[in-house]
Design a protein around this ligand. Structure first.
Ligand code: COA
Ligand code: ZN
Length: 306
């Protein structure tokens, strides 16, 4: 009736996208406690770490150790992010449940992030797909700065859709469009989501928003209305990117879950347990997180009148 999907799949990206942007590096043990808490709150897809150069992202240098010590819950998918073949081999070795290759929609951003041209990244993506296929691990792809690039400005929707076509040809089971630096706005999101759905109806679309300019949840609503039912989010709103000027966190998982539940959209997530995870993470980091619901409380939970 509402025109919204009945349920939404949320991938928790705090342990990877979030933690890579923190000044403090969490111990492997704390990362494992955080991931355990998130899985316990009902999150079924967790981006546990990335297999990138430890010099590029020192905060995730312990990716193999994280995967080796996961308390794997049945039904949960612990995903690994990789930029190249070497990363894919490390992810297979670590028994990641899903391999996500990432590249950017703009040349400038791709070069600054992974020191390759977009064409070179696509070549690596083909190798990643092959490694994943041979190991029988699901392969998905992430295209970052799909809604605008901080270095090059607007990114043409046609270019984004063509790159999605290349990733589909490589066998990506799902494609994520990333709004890495929070430039997406709702009408743009609606347009690109619809165009994607028309062109690639057989490859599910996931969206990855950052709340850099406060448009994150508005973008989610626009996407829901265009039929998208898969989103990334990070607990507490943790996140950003060390490569993105002025970057802030992903949309906040509890705030997203709260909004969806208020609208009658199911997530399978226990909101109170998830707020507990955000509090635990604040303790680990020693600073406040930007999440709103963890401070204001859940709408339906009334407070005593004065
Ligand atoms: N995992 C671990 N080490 C890797 C690696 C991977 N996936 N890929 C390359 N390396 C190592 C190489 O073995 C080499 O090590 P050595 O110097 O000890 O021999 C070193 O990194 C440089 O390799 P090279 O292929 O020349 O890479 P580069 O210096 O051009 O960097 C990337 C390219 C992709 C490896 C690097 O830029 C990177 O890891 N970027 C990721 C950034 C990121 O995660 N951003 C956030 C995600 S949105
Ligand atoms: Zn991101």
């Amino acid at each position: 009736m509402s025109g919204l999907p009945a349920s939404v799949k949320i991938k928790e990206v705090g342990p990877r996208d979030g933690l890579q942007a923190e000044a403090a590096i969490l111990s492997t043990e704390d990362k494992l406690r955080l991931i355990g808490c998130l899985a316990g709150a009902g999150l079924r897809e967790i981006e546990a770490s990335s297999f990138v150069s430890p010099r590029a992202i020192p905060a995730l240098a312990d990716a193999a150790e994280v995967f080796a010590n996961l308390d794997r819950r049945p039904g949960a998918v612990y995903s690994a992010v990789v930029p190249n073949e070497k990363g894919a081999r490390r992810a297979v070795e670590a028994e990641a449940d899903e391999i996500q290759v990432f590249l950017a929609a703009s040349e400038g951003y791709n070069r600054s992030n992974v020191r390759m041209s977009v064409e070179e990244s696509l070549e690596q993506a083909a190798r990643v797909a092959k490694v994943a296929r041979e190991a029988d691990v699901p392969f998905v792809a992430v295209l970052s700065v799909a809604f605008g690039c901080p270095y090059e400005g607007a990114v043409a929707p046609e270019r984004v859709l063509d790159l999605c076509g290349r990733l589909k040809e490589l066998g990506a089971r799902e494609i994520t469009l990333g709004d890495t630096t929070g430039m997406a706005y709702p009408t743009q999101v609606r347009g690109l989501s619809r165009a994607y759905g028309e062109r690639y109806p057989d490859v599910p679309l996931r969206l990855h928003f950052h709340n850099t300019r406060g448009m994150g949840l508005a973008n989610v609503l626009a996407a829901l209305e265009a039929g998208v039912d898969r989103f990334d989010a990070s607990v507490g709103g943790l996140g950003g990117s060390p490569y993105a000027p002025g970057a802030t966190g992903n949309i906040c998982t509890e705030d997203l879950v709260h909004m969806l539940h208020e609208m009658g959209v199911e997530t399978g997530v226990d909101l109170e347990a998830l707020i507990g995870c955000a509090r635990l993470l604040e303790e680990f980091l020693g600073h406040e997180l930007p999440g709103k619901v963890m401070k204001a409380g859940i709408c339906g939970h009334l407070t005593a009148a004065p």
